[in-house]
Design a binder for this molecule. Structure first.
Ligand SMILES: [Zn+2]
Length: 425
């Protein structure tokens, strides 16, 4: 039987994969193909990236634009935190769809199904399977096909101990059920990287735990292969991290410049996506677009400014009046522990903190766009490193190609995706 297993270490930078810091991943590289040019979506933020993983499409097509987004509702722009458990249900009610294209869970439902164990935000977990075709286990949401509540919900904390408990259940329960696709999405090292400096002892200790969890799955997959299943194993991450070197309150700057009226919150909305900002302009406010662009391009904190007409170049589209995407200024300088890569972060709404000196992501800078990817299975050269292009949207069609040996429908579904299968030969 053909099967696929995916392990994501949320937020892992690929330059942290080495024998000292991640010995299990470093050893796995001897049997897997390592993708040294792997890139992720924009924004490099977990919820949008989760939807891109699940659909094989960029945000322009799946329509989940970021971790925080605006929707055109009741004549105005309304800001939303996508991490909330109810966001995608709200988006479906307000716009007609949670995601505009099918997920792996939907495609695979008749072909062995998908089981997801996920320890990041509820909104990110939902993005894998918003219509409840597969089995989802998350510390807030545990449900089966049709949305039926699981009898055995996942009760874990968002930390290394919770990841460990989740990994044990994944190995004991998900793998023996032999689904077509089993996904284990760890909350670490992303969680600790947001709270401590990259390269600090606290960070490295948690990273070692995440590596150990991945190693346990690598061992479990080897045992199932020995029992006869043809299994592809992907181990990697959804984005990297930069070190926050300063904070920018984009909305306060727009107000101070006279471009945004706090008395009319539905006209213009700038939403932090970590080291990026998504700026929405209501269609009634078209006359402000030019001045807004001039202002953004004049700001020293704006690293890359992408106007609406060019959003396609970063996998976005002007849905819901998205007018500009900004990746904040970044450089390759070191943090206090000698870890390269620094970026400014946009101040978020909803009283969320900006932690200078700690990790963050969301933009287009080098290290947040350098996640890890190692794949073992048919069509991959074990023990080799490739620099051929690979993107998060390529993972779904790669999984379908592995699973689709005997099902033409899976090949047809893959052909509809933005990404392309990564197998060679
Ligand atoms: Zn993430």
């Amino acid at each position: 039987m053909h099967r696929a297993v995916v392990v994501i270490l949320d937020g892992l930078r690929r330059d942290f994969v080495d024998p000292a810091r991640t010995p299990r991943l470093a050893a796995f590289a001897a049997q897997a193909e390592t993708f040294a040019a792997f890139r992720t979506a924009f924004p490099s933020a977990t919820r949008a990236v989760s939807a891109s993983f699940a659909t094989g499409c960029h945000p322009a097509r799946h329509t989940l634009q970021g971790n925080a987004v605006a929707l055109l509702e009741d004549g105005g722009l309304v800001a939303h935190d996508v991490g909330r458990p109810d966001f995608l249900a709200h988006k479906r009610a307000a716009t007609g769809c949670a995601l505009a294209v099918p997920t792996l869970a939907e495609i695979l439902a008749p072909y062995g199904g998908e089981i997801i164990f996920n320890n990041v935000s509820p909104g990110a977990a939902n993005a894998h399977d918003p219509e409840a075709h597969g089995q989802l286990y998350h510390r807030v949401i545990s449900r089966g096909p049709g949305g039926v509540a699981a009898a055995d919900p996942l009760r874990v904390t968002l930390d290394a101990a919770g990841d460990h408990a989740m990994t044990e259940r994944f190995i004991a329960e998900a793998l023996p059920r032999r689904p077509a696709l089993a996904v284990l999405w760890l909350g670490e090292p992303d969680h600790i990287q947001h709270e401590t400096p990259l390269g600090s002892p606290e960070h490295l200790a948690v990273l070692r735990e995440a590596d150990r969890n991945a190693g346990a799955v690598i061992d479990a997959v080897a045992r199932q292969r020995a029992a006869g299943d043809d299994m592809m194993l992907m181990v990697g991450s959804d984005h990297g991290h930069e070190t926050v070197c300063g904070a920018v309150d984009v909305e306060a700057e727009l107000v101070a410049a006279g471009l945004m009226r706090t008395s009319a919150p539905g006209e213009l909305v700038a939403l932090s996506n970590g080291t990026a900002s998504l700026i929405y302009l209501h269609p009634d406010q078209e006359s402000r677009r030019g001045p807004l662009e001039d202002f953004l391009r004049s700001r020293p904190w704006a690293g890359v400014v992408v106007p609406a007409a060019e959003l396609g170049t970063i996998g976005q589209a002007p849905h819901h009046a998205l007018a500009f995407a900004v990746s904040l200024r970044a450089d390759d300088g070191p943090n206090a522990y000698g870890v390269p890569g620094r970026a400014l972060a946009a101040v978020p709404r909803w009283d969320k903190p900006v932690r200078e000196g700690c990790g963050q992501h969301g933009g287009l800078a080098r290290y947040e766009q350098s996640p890890a990817l190692l794949i073992e299975g048919a069509g991959f050269a074990g023990g080799s490193v490739t620099t051929r292009p690979a993107h998060i949207v390529d993972l779904a069609p790669t999984i379908l190609r592995h699973l689709g040996m005997a099902a033409a429908e899976l090949g047809m579904a893959a052909a509809e995706m933005d990404g392309r299968a990564l197998q060679t030969g």
